[in-house]
Design a protein around this ligand. Sequence first.
Ligand SMILES: Cc1ncc(COP(=O)(O)O)c(C=O)c1O
Length: 424
Amino acid sequence: MEDFAQPIPFARPFTGREEEEAVLRVLRSGWLTTGKEALAFEKEFAAFLSNNDELPNSKNDAPGCLPPLHCLAVNSATSGLHLALEALGIGPGDAVFLPSYTFTSTAEVVRYLGAEAVFVDIGRDSYNMDPAALEAAVSRLHSAGNGAKNSFSGLRPRAVIPVHIGGVPCDMEAICAIAGSYGLAVVEDAAHAFPVRAGKSGGNTAEGPWAGTIGDAGVFSFYATKTITTGEGGMVLTRREDLAKRISVMRSHGIDRTVWNRYTDNNASWYYEVIAPGFKYNLPDLLAAIGRVQLGRAMELLSMRESIARRYDAAFKNREAFIIAPPGGARHLYTLRLRNPGCPLKGNPSKRDSFIEKLRSRGIGTSVHFIPLHLMPYYRERYGLKAEDLRESYRRFTETVSLPIWPGMTSAQVDRVIAAVLSV
Ligand SMILES: Cc1ncc(COP(=O)(O)O)c(C=O)c1O
């Protein structure tokens, strides 16, 4: 029975007996850190994504002769993005193109490496990077390299990070074409996008390649609110042998052998060598074991989120007050766009903010995805940016509210969210 006194949280992980048993199995095994569970998780992940993975719009080889997909488990998507860029050799003097409309992780990893984040606007009807804006940003930087003076003068264009916001795939065909013509590496921030196949010009399809497997590397997140979760965790994917090798070593202190390999291999030995000052980014078996169970039910969890989205779509479509979320995707987020919300920045209350407050007072948790990064003090000041410099990102931020969409929401809870939204 629905308890109307209980607030409905914005997000809640969906775990049960199988996840509990998996954790107990690892606790009782005597091996808690990265070991055979993490290896099995990686293998099962690769099998899941290699199922029928022809790549009609990939930057990679022709369909049918794809190099194998390497899946490397890490302790967060942030770590995974950092490792992917590091393996690509990104460093000081390099420019990495990414949307302002994303979580801070996408940009902070660029700064970890001393490179600069060049923000690209989103499209008018999408939450994802606009390929035309990407092309304009890259060619601006190229002309700066050819003697034209602008704020990017002297930077080398090196990589682009498309982010599949809410799990709706970017237009990877267009982005990869631009990347190809300027020699940029592509690292997909697929933190929201498991499991979904990318359509030819953005959005999803039944037949396309899996989001996250299209660029030089891709990264999924298993943070507590994500579509499958290990509490904290992530997976880096790449078909490039050179990147896989470097990432594997750098996620474990830059040591040339894994702990599992040092202690349990047929050739186990205490000896190891440090070949670079690496990081401590490995995923422990305790978490990997949860991930294996979640992976096994990924399609079931997706269909639960899809059925909630269908209920919301039916209730909210053709309403004057808002535009509903772009359809499809992995359904990590369900966003409503309010029409004419006003400006929500500090000291300037907006309809969007009071909408959120009224939902909160009715016990409905919400969130805002995202506060664009070019509005954040660090990036605003570093790059001298104003809100209007990325006009669509700023506008979308002022309009957007994310509603609860998590597997395990009861039908009565979905009804409560709908009733509260319509009443506000
Ligand atoms: C778009 C995006 N990229 C990256 C991340 C980082 O994920 P993690 O928390 O696994 O590091 C997030 C987290 O919410 C995200 O929303």
